[in-house]
Design a protein around this ligand. Structure first.
Ligand code: GLY
Length: 385
């Protein structure tokens, strides 16, 4: 089977498996399955940052198949998340992950006006987290007033989208400032990334670059690296500012150099000791989506087509290696991509397991790789991001 045939076969498996999950689980909000079954995050933490991913996966499949089962469950999840908006205090920088994949996706595909309002409200919340002195969107809640994190690059598309919707550059300018501060403090000389930068919230002075979800201070948490690859590429898509594309390539090249050493499945941290060997499959598939994004832009501006081809080729290799080693196609078990890892030192229920965002980005990468050569989506303009 050639590459295209392989990917189409995988997409077929994804559609069947997710339909089975929908039939079995209804409108629950999945995170990590326990004994092969998802529980409903609405029962434990309605504001949890991953609560939009399953709906985002469903909107992607709806765009490919037109099957209303995917759509109606995505719509139900979007409505369930209104409780998080009402309760408000549990929300933080990850409102982009939560509402780009639910309300904004719904609005883009169906024109639902109420969904647009949900997206705009959440963009406003995100903009309200902007620190003027340090020029960044603050992370999390509580005492971490001056914290910025690499992950937040993936929330900037909500700001960029909102600016376009209301024809007002304010949100976009905040997003750009955050991306610029990330270039300054998060991206290192060798292309690896810090997870966290602590900035004085009154003066904007850099105070510390502590350890985060990776091995330790100065290490290279692979999912953070993947967020940087895709996040900077998306900042380029929305702003056209070439420095973001250049930065995306710099962090992508670092990611590629490292994932090649482990046959295209990602370790959890590229600068951790050799033993124990911890993988994080989610980092690979997130980076694959970022590489496809960079490839697209390089071709669009007709720059370095050899490099563009390389990025597309590596994205394919990551998807294939991840599926072959960690794919779970059992009809009876929830979750597709195994061996995700929430953080390096977490060895409990979130160590080497299926995590919903792994399934989301795997699906996105498969659809985008197929779409390079064949029309398979109903709405070609649709993009979660
Ligand atoms: N954004 C949080 C994480 O990647 O774990």
């Amino acid at each position: 089977m050639d590459g295209q045939g392989y990917l189409e076969d995988i997409l077929d498996k994804i559609c069947k498996k997710i339909l089975r999950e929908c039939e079995r689980n209804g409108s629950i909000i999945p995170y990590i399955p326990e004994n092969g079954r998802y529980k409903d995050m609405a029962d434990s933490d309605i504001a949890w940052w991953t609560n939009g991913f399953f709906a985002g996966l469903l909107w992607q499949l709806y765009n490919v198949t037109g099957n209303h089962t995917y759509r109606s469950i995505a719509e139900d999840i979007e409505k369930k998340l209104d409780r998080a908006i009402d309760e408000y205090e549990g929300l933080y920088h990850d409102v982009g992950f939560m509402w780009m994949h639910t309300a904004v996706a719904d609005y883009k595909l169906t024109g639902n006006k109420q969904s647009r309002v949900r997206g705009l409200k959440m963009a406003n919340l995100l903009a309200g987290r902007y620190n003027v002195a340090g020029e960044f969107i603050r992370a999390w809640n509580g005492d971490m007033t001056g914290w910025m994190i690499v992950d937040c690059l993936m929330n900037l598309p909500l700001l960029y989208w909102a600016s376009g919707e209301i024809n007002d550059p304010r949100y976009m300018l905040m997003g750009k400032k955050h991306a610029d501060t990330a270039i300054r403090y998060i991206v290192r000389e060798d292309g690896s990334c810090n997870h966290i930068a602590i900035i004085d919230p009154y003066t904007g002075e850099l105070l510390d670059l502590p350890a985060g979800q990776g091995y330790g201070k100065g290490s290279s948490w692979s999912r953070g690296q993947a967020w940087a690859v895709y996040g900077f590429a998306l900042s380029y898509r929305y702003t056209g500012d070439k420095k973001y594309l250049d930065t995306a390539m710099k962090v992508a090249d670092y990611f590629i150099d490292n994932i090649k050493k482990t046959d295209y499945v990602s370790l959890c941290d590229f600068k951790a000791p050799k033993e124990p060997v911890y993988y994080d499959s989610t980092a690979g598939v997130i980076a694959a989506c970022g590489l496809i994004e960079i490839e697209h832009h390089l071709r669009e501006i007709n720059q370095d087509t050899k490099k563009a081809e390389e990025y597309g080729d590596i994205a394919y290799k990551i998807v294939e290696a991840t599926e072959k080693r960690f794919g779970n196609w059992s009809d009876e078990q929830d979750g597709m991509i195994m061996m995700g890892k929430a953080s390096y030192h977490g060895l409990g229920g979130d160590h080497h397991v299926n995590i919903i965002y792994g399934d989301f980005f795997f699906t996105e990468a498969v659809i985008k790789l197929i779409s390079k050569n064949k029309d398979i989506v109903n709405n070609k303009e649709f993009n979660i991001w």
